[in-house]
Write a protein that binds this ligand. Structure first.
Ligand code: ADP
Ligand code: MG
Length: 307
């Protein structure tokens, strides 16, 4: 049915309803959590030096959901590894709440595409692990781990091992394991890339539901444009190798998000713009539980609404 909308009939992706405009004003009034200034990264190999990222600058605010898109090889994973403190940068600054990032820290949580759970630990112990490393007693760690698992509908799998879970379930555990340490920012590098389309869609909805209820800023890397539009407040578009900022797009699709919005004019005009930018330089099997999110307010304090 969206075929009936000729591109010419779409409104501009820059047009925002009054509600969307007001929401962006609230978002930008929140403190800046992450500031990246003139970031560059060159890799030196035996064959010489390659510039992976060139002069990247952007910032994200508290409780913002920022997606980063760009063609394969443009440096998305490099960027997220630098933000995580896993990779050194060559030039520029990365500031998390004003402090330079130089090494991994508990103020950042990470979720990658590969399943990074410890296979020899139960689901519950996987979530408890970071809590105990960060000084929580065993009993408190266990109580909190179970609350987090309840949040994503997996409390009944607490004593299971990762190999007994589906891909989507494993990623839900990986997400709450990262969130359990209460990081300021969650860094996600194509976390749903290995999932089938249905599971992926369900995971996107899950993630938004978690995000809107807790105080977390998310930087989410993807090359799936629909995924980026569905999830993001703003989308940072990188150009092909070396990665440079092409545009920071404010997604005009209202909140709360739903899959019904995939065919709205705002969604389609944003997608058309992303396709234009990206292609310019380059060639679920689990049950839902509506009660799952109810206890989250007990886990973190949330001052204002992201809707
Ligand atoms: P993306 O995640 O967007 O696909 P990457 O960040 O993985 O891109 O890679 C960006 C560029 O940096 C690529 O050209 C890649 O070959 C290069 N690169 C990434 N990691 C290294 C490394 N450790 N050594 C040398 N070059 C690298
Ligand atoms: Mg990558």
């Amino acid at each position: 049915m969206n075929m009936m909308l000729a591109p010419r009939s779409l409104p501009s992706y820059l047009d925002q309803s009054a509600a969307v405009r007001a929401r962006f004003a609230r978002l930008k009034a929140r403190e800046v959590i992450l500031r990246v200034e003139h970031l560059s990264k060159a890799f030196t190999t035996r064959k010489g030096s390659t510039l992976a990222l060139n002069d990247i600058s952007f910032e994200t605010h508290r409780r913002e959901f920022l997606c980063v898109v760009g063609p394969s090889g443009c440096g998305k994973s490099t960027l997220v590894r630098i933000l995580a403190g896993l990779e050194e940068h060559s030039d520029g600054d990365v500031l998390l709440q004003g402090k330079p990032v130089t090494a991994p820290g508990s103020d950042r949580g990470m979720v990658f595409q590969g399943y990074t759970l410890f296979p020899w630990l139960t689901v519950k112990k996987n979530v408890m692990f970071g809590l105990e490393v960060n000084g929580k007693g065993k009993h408190e760690a266990e109580t909190q781990a179970l609350q987090w698992l309840q949040l994503v509908g997996l409390a009944k799998f607490a004593e299971s091992y990762p190999h007994q879970l589906s891909g989507g379930m494993k990623q839900r555990v990986a997400i709450v394991r990262a969130l359990a340490n209460q990081p300021r920012i969650l860094l996600m590098d194509e976390p749903f890339g290995a999932l089938d389309a249905q599971t992926r869609a369900r995971m996107q909805a899950h993630l938004l539901e978690i995000w809107r209820q807790i105080d977390i800023t998310i930087v989410f890397i993807t090359h799936d444009l629909d995924e980026a539009i569905f999830l993001a407040d703003r989308i940072l578009v990188l150009s092909a190798h070396p990665g440079e900022v092409q545009e920071l797009i404010e997604v005009p699709v209202p909140h709360p998000r739903s899959s019904a919005q995939f065919i709205t004019p705002e969604f389609l005009s944003t997608k058309a713009r992303l396709e234009e930018l990206i292609h310019k330089g380059t060639a679920h099997g689990e049950e839902e539980d509506a009660d799952t999110y109810h206890m989250v307010a007990r886990l973190t304090d949330v001052a204002d609404s992201v809707d």
